[in-house]
Design a protein around this ligand. Sequence first.
Ligand SMILES: NC(=O)c1ccc[n+]([C@@H]2O[C@H](COP(=O)([O-])OP(=O)(O)OC[C@H]3O[C@@H](n4cnc5c(N)ncnc54)[C@H](OP(=O)(O)O)[C@@H]3O)[C@@H](O)[C@H]2O)c1
Length: 259
Amino acid sequence: MSTNRRRDPMTKTLGLIGAGNIGSALARLAVAAGLNVVLSNSRAPETLAELVAELGEQARAATPAEAAQAGDLVVATIPLSSYDKLPAAAMAGKTVIDTMNYYPDRIGHIAELDAGGLTSSTLVQQHLADSRVVKAFNSIDFVRLFTSARPTDADDRSALPIAGDDTAAKAQVAELLDSLGYDTVDIGTLADSWRSEPGTPVYVQPYLPAQPEGLTDEEKWRWFFEASVVPVPAATVRELTDTAVRRSAGDARATLARE
Ligand SMILES: NC(=O)c1ccc[n+]([C@@H]2O[C@H](COP(=O)([O-])OP(=O)(O)OC[C@H]3O[C@@H](n4cnc5c(N)ncnc54)[C@H](OP(=O)(O)O)[C@@H]3O)[C@@H](O)[C@H]2O)c1
């Protein structure tokens, strides 16, 4: 009997709450990896018809609660300002990936986070009290999220940080990242997840080449879409997250990284 047969994957169906930049990039990667995806947004399933048609037979659209229930693993990828609208009952018992970042200038202030101390993922976990929240995919921009993905053992494969309080949930998320094209660096608990939040050294920039000087706003936007990828191996992610320094909420969130 073969000893290196792949085990049955823990995640066969990915439920997505949010189907914007990050949600659709993850759906594309998941379908390419052979997973089924159930997509949802704030409006109605039929508003996702075009994306579902592009993704093909492995994809369907549903309400957020239905997507949560259908998923072996659920991704919450909506603006953080709406975290308390995530359907907690439907997500109970599930591993939930939290991709969300706190950008008060764009989404408005959240008093619990401005007070300092609490990470945004801890706040999300408080709302999803019966789920196992793992922060992931928050520290790479949506274009590189898609274009940096590589098969296992590729020389130019990148790693992404993950953080969570539940070891088994982190193992499930690491397995998903592997199948989608990424190595994983476990940076600790949800309380430690500030190490990959906006404004930290691992956040977005390492995966991008240097932006040429003197570009107009329009040229910067085009550059963002067309820029190549910079592979960021696990050792670099480890070093960048280990050496991160926690700053005040205002400083930490004053990143110029495009998201
Ligand atoms: N963009 C990036 O490069 C990037 C990188 C890392 C992390 N993130 C984080 O990932 C999250 C998603 O970012 P994004 O750029 O993908 O956002 P986006 O393009 O604006 O998409 C947001 C999605 O969330 C849906 N949504 C909003 N409120 C909802 C609700 N209450 N229930 C269900 N769905 C809801 C929206 O649906 P409708 O269209 O129907 O309103 C839309 O599909 C954000 O928290 C962001 O901070 C983004």
